[in-house]
Ligand binder design. Structure first.
Ligand SMILES: Nc1ncnc2c1ncn2[C@@H]1O[C@H](COP(=O)(O)OP(=O)(O)O)[C@@H](O)[C@H]1O
Ligand SMILES: [Mg+2]
Length: 350
């Protein structure tokens, strides 16, 4: 079978995507698959690399940065009946349903969440609405649209202050990797933070700041929803930003997180509910806040979380009894089954 592994991309998470792709390429079961690397440049060009049939062909993740502009990817070159696309893309233009939509139109099976789950998972306001509807505890927030802000800044600030207390967190609705997110402790900072968030989206949310531990649960499955043991991001810094997320080592994952059985059970139930609320398939990482008083809030979901062999998502599965290699294989099988189910064979999908 042919795997077309797509990575890189136009988002801020270009580099982490290459690292995730490299880890996956090292561990695919090559006795079943031939892999074609497909690199999306920062400018958005799709380039096709040499076929990989043996992990020793790759010496480092640098080998995945394809420079040859002569090898553009053509989708009609993908053999239809014996191929699957593995989008290893984080953030806008990949984790948000756009690439998934392209693959639906081309009728090519792919790994991971479909269009709807990818798009909702990427949008913080829409996913909150769905989580609330599913009975999950969300962080109190206030939505701001760009038109309101242009016309009535004072009203927006008053409304936010009436609903929420400082510190507040201001975020673009449709982003990732902490881009455009700022904490505000007073009115001036709030106004500045809203302006900054509008650089990235037309919809912004202002959230109540929560002093809490950050706990994550991995979900795997299609109709059968499986959850991992919870893990904790033990951080030195309060605000988990792009720098500490990817570039430095001051966030230490603790797996499993030290939690009571009750809290663990509730978190796993909530993670499964969140996955179903967005109509997830394949994989999702569900991120929670847990306060000192044992209050749980769902913060957000990531339909294609970091996937290097040291990332939280695969490590949660390792600790739940599923090795990295087998996790990759399971995701491929789930992608193929989802494709068949969508071809009108839902009741035969096993
Ligand atoms: N309401 C909040 N209260 C406290 N910290 C927050 C809040 N929202 C976000 N943060 C901090 O900012 C980080 C990034 O925010 P998040 O909503 O997860 O966005 P992203 O999609 O960029 O990961 C979180 O991991 C957390 O450390
Ligand atoms: Mg996050």
């Amino acid at each position: 079978m042919n795997i077309f592994l797509v990575y890189g991309g136009k988002s801020a998470e270009h580099d982490i995507s290459i690292l995730s792709a490299y880890s996956i390429l090292k561990e695919i079961y090559y006795n079943y698959y031939k892999v074609t690397p497909v690199f999306i440049t920062r400018e958005g060009k799709w380039l096709r690399g040499e076929e990989i049939t043996d992990p020793d062909q790759l010496k480092s993740s640098e080998d995945l940065i394809i420079n040859d502009s002569g090898n553009e990817m053509r989708f009609n070159e993908i053999p239809k009946d014996n191929s699957i696309v593995f989008p290893v893309l984080h953030g806008p233009n990949g984790e948000d349903g756009t690439v998934q939509g392209l693959l639906e139109v081309l009728e090519i099976p792919y790994v991971g969440a479909g269009v709807l789950a990818s798009a909702t998972g990427m949008d913080k306001i829409i996913s909150k609405i769905l989580f609330k509807e599913a009975g999950l505890p969300i962080v109190p927030y206030h939505e701001v649209r760009v038109n309101e802000w242009r016309v009535h800044q004072d009203v927006v600030i008053e409304e936010a202050e009436a609903k929420l207390s400082y510190p507040m967190f201001i975020k673009p609705s449709n982003m990732g990797s902490s881009v455009g997110i700022t904490q505000a402790t007073n009115r001036e900072e709030l106004a500045q933070a809203i302006v900054k968030a509008f650089e990235y989206d037309r919809r912004v949310l202002v959230e109540k700041g929560i002093q809490a531990r950050e706990i994550e649960v991995a979900v795997l499955g299609n109709e059968d929803v499986n959850t991992s043991v919870p893990g904790e991001l033990v951080k030195e810094q309060q605000f988990y930003d792009y720098e500490s997320k990817y570039l430095s080592n001051d966030v230490v994952p603790q797996i499993p997180a030290e939690l009571s059985e009750d809290i663990t059970k509730t978190l796993r139930e909530y993670a499964a509910k969140a996955f179903m609320a967005i109509d997830g398939s394949g994989l999702t990482r569900v991120d929670f806040f847990l306060t000192n008083d044992n209050e749980i809030y769902i913060n957000e979901v990531n339909t294609f979380p970091g996937f290097t062999d040291f990332s939280m998502y695969p490590r949660l599965w390792e600790n739940t009894g599923l090795a990295y290699k087998d996790l990759i294989e399971e995701l491929i099988q789930l992608g193929l089954r989802r494709f068949k189910a969508r071809q009108g064979q839902a009741l035969k999908d096993r």
